[in-house]
Design a protein around this ligand. Structure first.
Ligand SMILES: Nc1ncnc2c1ncn2[C@@H]1O[C@H](COP(=O)(O)OP(=O)(O)OP(=O)(O)O)[C@@H](O)[C@H]1O
Ligand SMILES: [Mg+2]
Length: 228
């Protein structure tokens, strides 16, 4: 269960203070495919970053599997992110001087997976997102946006995370690859009991979610539960 309770995140910029997330309370059961929708600037990415302990809320608590991630020491937060969370960032955040394959191997290396197995597992993950051949040896800068996005999805899956937090994972993909990624994420929910939280502007993606949260001005203004 992922539980967000009374969470506020304020940013100060140029003397002004804005509440990017303004009192959000929500629950996402295990093995759920959840989506977050809302217009630009409504606080979706900020909320996702808080759920993944990439940033600390101004107030409120976030529990993942019963653990209050906002109360962990910085060192424990790093360990929590590495072992339990898979991130797909809106801007991909791939390591620019590593190839596609190396980017996916990196989290496995952090996890202590040995060389040959590391490569086999990374290749299998990249195949799942539809990448193979010469593209695997290219640096991110030599790949299209959609290809970089798929590398970042493969990387997020590498450690078998319990929770996948994905910011616009299909934003740069054509409809065929977009459907493929959504199907892959859905399959993980069913097969591995992974919890997937997807920020999306794509109605087709939101419609396939078990729960959809709509945000406006930092608040959840609507929750649509299709039953799990
Ligand atoms: N580090 C920051 N410093 C100051 N303001 C920020 C920061 N990050 C986000 N904001 C502001 O918080 C609000 C919410 O931003 P956020 O990125 O969460 O929106 P979003 O819903 O993800 O938008 P988009 O759909 O465009 O990605 C916006 O007004 C944004 O300008
Ligand atoms: Mg965003």
């Amino acid at each position: 269960m992922l539980q967000v309770k009374d969470v506020v995140k304020r940013f100060k910029s140029g003397g002004e203070e804005i509440a990017a997330v303004d009192g959000v309370t929500l629950e996402i059961p295990d093995a759920t495919f959840a989506s977050i929708v809302g217009s630009s600037g409504s606080g979706k990415s900020t909320l996702l970053a808080l759920m993944g302990a990439l940033d600390a809320p101004t107030s409120g608590t976030i529990h993942v599997g019963g653990v209050d991630v906002t109360a962990l020491s910085p060192g424990k937060q790093v360990a929590y992110r590495r072992s339990r969370i898979g991130f797909v960032f809106q801007q991909y955040n791939l390591v620019p001087n590593l190839t596609a394959l190396e980017n996916v191997m990196l989290p496995l290396e952090f996890d202590g997976v040995k060389g040959a197995e590391r490569k086999d597992r990374a290749l299998a993950l990249l195949r799942q997102v539809g990448l193979s051949g010469a593209k695997l040896g290219r640096l991110p800068g030599k790949l299209s946006g959609g290809e970089q996005q798929r590398v970042s999805i493969a990387r997020a899956l590498a450690n078998g995370p319990e929770v996948i937090l994905a910011d616009e994972p299909t934003g740069n993909l054509d409809s065929r690859n977009g459907k493929r990624i959504v199907t892959l994420l859905r399959d993980l929910v069913v097969a591995k009991k992974t919890t997937v939280v997807v920020v999306t502007h794509d109605r087709g993606v939101a419609n396939r979610a078990d729960i959809t949260f709509s945000m406006r001005d930092g608040k959840i203004v609507h929750t649509k539960n299709r039953g799990v």
